[in-house]
Each structure stands twice: as C-alpha cells, then as structure tokens.
Design a binder for this molecule. Structure first.
Ligand code: ATP
Length: 239
C-alpha cells in the first residue's frame, strides 16, 4: 500500500472574488521531503500556500494534513497542529526585539524549558540572530528579517514548514545561506514545502517539484528530472 502523505491537496479550487486562482490543484507531500512549487508570476504559487493555511478559502476540493481534512481549521490553529507558514514579505513584528519575536512563535506552548532550549537551537542555526537578540525586528536587514521569520516559525516546532519565496529580495550570498539553512532544517526532521521564483535553487534543494501554470499543476516529477527537462530549463531556468 502507498504511504499516506503528510499533506495533500485534492482537486482544490480557490478564488479571489470571481477570479479563480487555483483551478483544481492536486499535490502530495510526504514526511521528510522538501517539495518545491515553481511557476511564473501569478501562476498561483502563493495562493496554494495560503489556501493550505485557510487564509484563502478553498471553494472546492480537500486539504488533508496527517490524514485529517483541514479545510475548515482556522489559520491561527494550524501552527499548534504542526503546520506553519512563513509568508512572503516576512511579516515579523518590527517593534518587538528578536527574542520577543521568537517568543511569539511559541505563544501557545506551555513547556517553558523546551521553548528556552529551542531559542538556543534556532540561534545555533542563525548565529546572526543571537548577536542581535535584543535589537528591534524592524532594524534588521532584509536577510536577517527573513531569518527571523523562519526562526520564529521553527519556535512552533513545526512538522511541516511552508515557505513562501524565502529568497525574495536577497543578495545572492544570502540566498545561498537561506537555502543551506532550509536543507539543515529539513535534515532535522521538518518537512518543507518551498514556493520559489528562483526555480533553479528551489529544485536543487528539493526531492520533488510541482510546476504551476495559471492555477493548474502542469508537471510534477523528481526535482532532478525537472532540472534536466529541456522545456523546464527553457521556461523557468532562463535558458
Ligand atoms: P507571485 O510570485 O507573483 O506571487 P504566484 O505564482 O505566487 O505569483 P499568486 O500570487 O498566487 O501567484 O496569484 C495567482 C493569481 O491570483 C494571479 O492571477 C493574481 O493576480 C491573483 N491574485 C493574487 N492575490 C490576489 C488578491 N489579493 N486579489 C485578487 N487577485 C489576486
């Protein structure tokens, strides 16, 4: 028998008003994977993550997390179930310190000792944040804010992390750092769904990938095969 995916979308449709952004998306994510979702501007990548999190409502289809239908679970509850999104544009708390931002990521946890240990663990992943722990979030550089957003999400001890464009607006060296950290997070047991404009890096980091076009999945395959596919190379990898 086939393994149960940790996260699955079955024929999911979602819309902004009358405009259908997702036209029947089906995808599966298995425990321990990094799955990348690539596609042009406006293809529906961000909407896919927002629909999983019930920030945008699915008007049709099923969203399953660990075998349970989550279509109607409030987006605020999902992190307490281990499903956590890092939205595009980061959205850290600019007037709170780095440490306070991290505490917010753990707001629902009752194991104070565990939270304290996890602060140290995320500081080990992001040493820059340890240096700046007393600094206000809003005074961090773009790359540091991205790191803080990811670190804050990790404070909820996610099983599945949904990352929306983590490389957006970052210098190439920082982009590489962020991807290295994504791989480290995954190696620590967190399943990752990665939405990226930078298809090349996203597919290099992933085990499998989905290609979206105007709200539909047009291709899904092992990331290596997608990287080697001439059509993909031409359309998404700048060849
Ligand atoms: P990008 O990388 O530009 O964010 P994307 O692949 O993530 O692209 P989405 O942002 O998911 O694409 O957009 C999918 C479709 O939904 C597009 O046609 C877009 O114009 C539309 N859309 C996105 N957000 C809204 C919104 N808040 N209101 C109305 N339409 C929207």
């Amino acid at each position: 028998a086939e393994k149960t995916p940790i996260l699955e979308m079955r024929n999911v449709v979602s819309a902004y008003g009358r405009i259908q952004a997702l036209k029947g998306i089906s995808l599966k994510v298995y425990d321990g994977e990094i799955v990348s979702i690539i596609g042009a501007n406006g293809a529906g990548k961000s909407t896919t993550l927002m629909t999983i999190c019930n920030i945008v409502k699915a008007v049709q289809g099923d969203i399953l997390y660990r075998g349970e239908r989550i279509n109607n679970v409030n987006s605020d509850i999902l992190p307490t179930m281990g499903l956590c999104q890092v939205p595009e544009g980061r959205r850290i708390f600019p007037r709170l310190t780095v440490l306070e931002n991290l505490d917010m990521g753990a707001f629902f946890r009752t194991d104070a000792g565990g939270v304290k240990d996890d602060v140290e663990r995320v500081f080990d992943l992001f040493p820059k944040l340890r240096e700046r722990r007393k600094q206000l979030g809003g005074t961090l550089s773009g790359g540091e804010q991205q790191m803080l957003a990811m670190a804050r999400a990790l404070m909820s001890r996610p099983k599945v992390l949904l990352l929306d464009e983590p490389s957006m607006g970052l210098a190439p060296l920082l982009v590489k750092q962020i991807f290295d950290i994504v791989k480290m997070i995954n190696e620590q047991g967190v399943t990752v769904v990665l939405v990226e404009q930078n298809a090349n890096l996203a597919l290099q980091a992933a085990s499998r990938g989905y290609v979206l076009e105007t709200g539909n999945v047009v291709m899904e395959d092992d990331a290596k095969k997608l990287l080697a596919n001439p059509d993909i190379r031409k359309a998404y990898l700048g060849e």
